[in-house]
Design a protein around this ligand. Structure first.
Ligand code: SAH
Length: 533
């Protein structure tokens, strides 16, 4: 027996998850799309946010993984440190054991799970072992390469068929089993080759000897749909040399056929201000989705690798004091978005609503904190002129008589104590409430592997702790190799101080210390000082 349950997804689209009454496990074999995180389907995106575990490959857009909540189990089964990926048997067994623990598992595969992916084999294994599964398609690389390179693969003036073919020889075979002679004789069509980089020098002569014109237009699209995508236009006979000259690396798609000529008119990709620049964003992922989106919309390839993260802390003692307060005119102080977010969550978890704050006045530091409050329809009563704890400490006690009032100071475990001290000195009854803790995440091998293959051009730091966190995630050799040569961007003087204290140089310090300003100033800077993307 199954029942349908409607869950609200994070983006408010209703998704139907079929759940078993006994909550037995289920595996979703889902496609992640080719690289641009925006190309994941809504269905897969929603499943990811709601699953218990995700098992993912190398070519998965990072953002889909790094923005997942901490409680979702994450298993990387791609190649580690340039070595081999987990074997298919190991992956099958992992899926089986997770599903047998009654978990909802997303098996996230590059682009589409079935097109030259081994989703079919995984599905068969699950079926043979009596595990429920569903398959969710994804945008396959050949289709995304066509769109992002501006090559209409079935342009009706040139092609009435398209063929997706593998260039790869199965390990156990000496020669490819593809009938290249047969493909060569096909006319008025388009050939799209996957996994062809290492074999193209063998494939091209086969095609030409069997009748395909050696000057047939051809394109190679590397890293399709990533901002660092490169498109190389050539002709059939020159493809092997182009691969050598341009040092083409996988993943790449070859498109062969007259349709390639249409690109001249419809090439649209690559015209944005930060096009092709790889920008490492060190801010906690759950607070960075807007930055990721903005940078991506400006054409950058975002490396969403947080160097600090936060987790909830329930301060029972402080809440029990809070719950007993019954006099009016009390104050709540918020100094960060995180403080607001975790405080409101904990209030809701206790069954309260926003009316429990009606007797409170609210003081905040900074526009970001103010915006976080506005999400809950709350407006601060006091904001100091400067977004620093010392100006809060000074101005707040000057402007208000706090004697005998309860002042709830909502904080993280690392917050400085100058505000607390000032409140006590002014006769307020300080109630510190630590609603979250900051910690340094550990970067798995897969992140290091990606940084090594494609180091960042730009690194953004939005607080001193993101700098310290980076030095915790990478050792000094790695810093020298992958970070030192990059352009380092800081949100303001105190963050810059920390960068310099680690012996690195700041190229750009935002004049206005907000994230939107930092991004605008970065765009202006790049306009006058273009980096080689
Ligand atoms: N299941 C995948 C294919 C996996 S096979 C799909 O549906 O696309 C791996 C091959 O896919 C790579 O060798 C390359 O040819 C192609 N590929 C995957 N992602 C790509 C990308 N972003 N750009 C170009 N080719 C890509």
């Amino acid at each position: 027996m199954t029942r349908m349950s409607m869950k609200k997804s994070p983006n408010n689209i209703d998704v139907q998850l079929i759940m078993n009454d006994k909550k037995t496990g289920i595996a979703y074999l889902a496609g992640a799309g080719p690289g641009d995180p925006g190309l994941v389907t809504v269905k897969t995106y929603n499943l990811l946010k709601q699953c218990d575990a995700v098992v993912y490959d190398y070519l998965i857009p990072d953002e889909l993984i790094t923005t997942l909540p901490e409680n979702i189990e994450k298993y990387y089964v791609g190649k580690i440190g340039g070595g081999n990926s987990s074997s298919q048997t190991e992956i099958n067994e992992l899926l089986l054991s997770l599903a047998r623990e009654n978990k909802t598992v997303v098996r996230l595969k590059g682009s589409d799970p079935l097109v030259f992916g081994r989703g079919g084999e995984e599905a068969k294994y699950l079926a043979q072992n009596g595990i429920n599964f569903e398959i969710v398609p994804g945008v396959t690389a050949g289709v995304s390469a066509s769109a992002y390179a501006g090559i209409p693969i079935t342009d009706r003036n040139h092609a009435s068929w398209v063929m997706f073919v593998t260039g790869h020889k199965a390990k156990e075979k000496l020669v490819s089993s593809v009938k290249w002679d047969w493909i060569a004789r096909g006319e008025k069509g388009t050939v799209v080759i996957y996994m062809g980089v290492s074999q193209i020098a063998n494939i091209v002569p086969d095609l030409i000897e069997n009748g395909m014109k050696d000057d047939t237009p051809a394109a190679i699209i590397e890293r399709a749909s990533f901002p660092t995508q490169k498109t190389h236009i050539s002709i059939l006979k020159d493809l092997p040399q182009t691969v050598i000259d341009k040092k083409i690396k996988a993943p790449a798609i070859f498109i062969i056929g007259d349709v390639v000529n249409s690109r001249e008119y419809i090439n649209w990709f690559g015209k944005k201000p930060l096009h092709g620049l790889r920008i490492l964003v060190t801010r906690p992922a759950d607070q960075a989705e807007m930055i990721y989106l903005k940078l991506r919309n400006l054409g950058a390839e975002v490396l969403p690798y947080p160097t600090i993260a936060t987790r909830e802390n329930l301060d029972r003692e402080a809440w029990s004091v809070f719950n007993k307060i019954d006099i009016s005119n009390n104050w709540l102080i918020f100094t960060s978005e995180n403080g607001v977010r975790y405080f409101i969550k904990q209030m809701k978890d206790q069954g309260k609503d926003i009316r429990s704050l009606s007797d409170y006045k609210i003081a905040v530091i900074g526009e970001g904190t103010k915006r976080a409050l506005a999400k809950y329809y709350l407006k601060p009563d006091f904001i100091p002129d400067k977004a620093t704890t010392s100006s809060m400490a000074e101005q707040f006690i000057k402007e208000f008589d706090l004697k005998g009032l309860n002042v709830i100071r909502v904080r993280g475990n690392l917050s400085v104590t100058n505000i607390d001290e000032a409140v006590i000195k002014a006769g307020g009854n300080l109630i510190p409430m630590t609603v979250y803790e900051t910690y340094y995440p550990v970067w798995g091998d897969e992140l290091k592997e990606k940084i090594k293959s494609y180091p960042p051009d730009i690194v953004t730091f939005t607080s001193g702790s993101t700098v310290d966190g980076l030095f915790n995630c990478l050792d000094s050799n790695e810093i020298n190799r992958y970070i030192k040569q990059a352009m380092l961007v800081s949100i303001g003087p105190s963050t810059s101080e920390v960068i310099k204290s680690h012996g690195l140089n700041v190229t750009l310090e935002a004049k206005k210390h907000t994230i939107p300003d930092l991004i605008n100033e970065l765009v202006e800077y790049i306009k006058s000082n273009p980096l080689e993307g």
